[in-house]
Design a binder for this molecule. Structure first.
Ligand SMILES: Nc1ncnc2c1ncn2[C@@H]1O[C@H](COP(=O)(O)OP(=O)(O)O)[C@@H](O)[C@H]1O
Ligand SMILES: [Mg+2]
Length: 263
């Protein structure tokens, strides 16, 4: 059975794409078969961070020019990248039926995958809400700033009220240390639980690290770099282990890898 997960945040620039890619590669290095779906169709940059040239994107699948298998790019450690669009209008303004078509097109990979990791865009658009509600495991990326808390809360609230999602995992990125990350998690949890009947689970943290910044500039994911791995790899290993140990929560509605009830 494929376990699907999505990295969400509300706010942009908090490290979703970096965490999505590095955890995908780490899972792959641990022997799992992994695909990354870049659902940031407006400004897809998973392919840039992975240093992969994406000739065809999900936009070509939607237009019927090719099938999903034709657009998959093999990347580091065998991770399969499903590239988002390149900001063209047709992928920016996806309607519900097109999103459903994308989700169902991934059924073709069901027998080949252990994990599907969905990288979502910033904001709480219909598109990010629908893709996030179609996975088994939603991971909120937080940084220790009020704007991040507010935007993550707004996203969580929308996902809970509109799609009845109850269970969320949380990663605190760019933290000073583990204690600071846990403090941020506790503050966020307190805000969320004050207003909504949800469950939040802390699954790890990442330090603020110049190695990570440099790895993005060099387009070489830090998990593949020996020196960076020494400095920040342990944190990534904890996150990857917790991803593996989180039991999938099946929900109703349109889901990846289960014949949902359509549009
Ligand atoms: N742990 C980290 N330490 C330092 N900088 C980071 C870290 N994670 C992300 N960044 C910085 O934040 C920027 C945005 O990261 P990205 O993964 O693109 O965020 P998002 O996908 O949420 O918009 C990166 O270009 C990088 O410079
Ligand atoms: Mg991103």
């Amino acid at each position: 059975m494929v376990q699907s997960l999505a990295f969400v945040s509300g706010k942009g620039g908090v490290g979703k794409t970096s965490l999505a890619i590095n955890s995908a590669i780490n899972l792959s290095l641990n022997g799992f078969s992994v695909a990354v779906l870049d659902s940031d169709f407006g400004m897809s940059n998973a392919n840039i961070m992975m240093n992969v040239k994406a000739d065809k994107t999900i936009s070509d699948v939607l237009s019927g020019d090719c099938v999903l298998e034709d657009i998959i790019c093999e990347s580091h450690a065998g991770v399969k990248l499903i590239p988002g669009g390149s900001g063209t209008l047709d992928t920016l303004n996806l309607d519900t039926e097109q999103r459903w078509k994308i989700i169902r097109s991934l059924d073709a990979l069901e027998d080949d995958l252990d994990f599907l990791i969905v990288d979502t865009p910033a904001g709480a658009s219909n598109s990010s809400i629908e893709f996030a509600s179609a996975v088994d495991h939603v991971i909120i990326t937080l940084v220790g700033e009020p704007t991040s808390f507010m935007d993550a809360y707004a996203f969580l609230k929308a996902l809970h009220l509109e799609k009845k999602v109850i269970d969320f995992s949380v990663i605190v990125n760019m933290a000073k240390n583990k204690d600071a990350a846990l403090r941020d998690f506790k503050s966020f949890e307190k805000i969320a639980l004050m207003f909504l009947p949800v469950n939040l689970n802390f699954i790890g943290w990442m330090p603020s690290s110049n190695d990570i910044v440099q790895s993005i500039i060099a387009r070489k994911p830090f998990i593949l770099d020996k020196n960076s791995k020494k400095a920040v790899g342990q944190c990534m290993d904890v996150i990857t282990k917790n991803i593996q140990e989180t039991l999938p929560k099946k929900r109703s509605g349109v889901q990846f890898f289960s014949s949902g009830n359509g549009v």
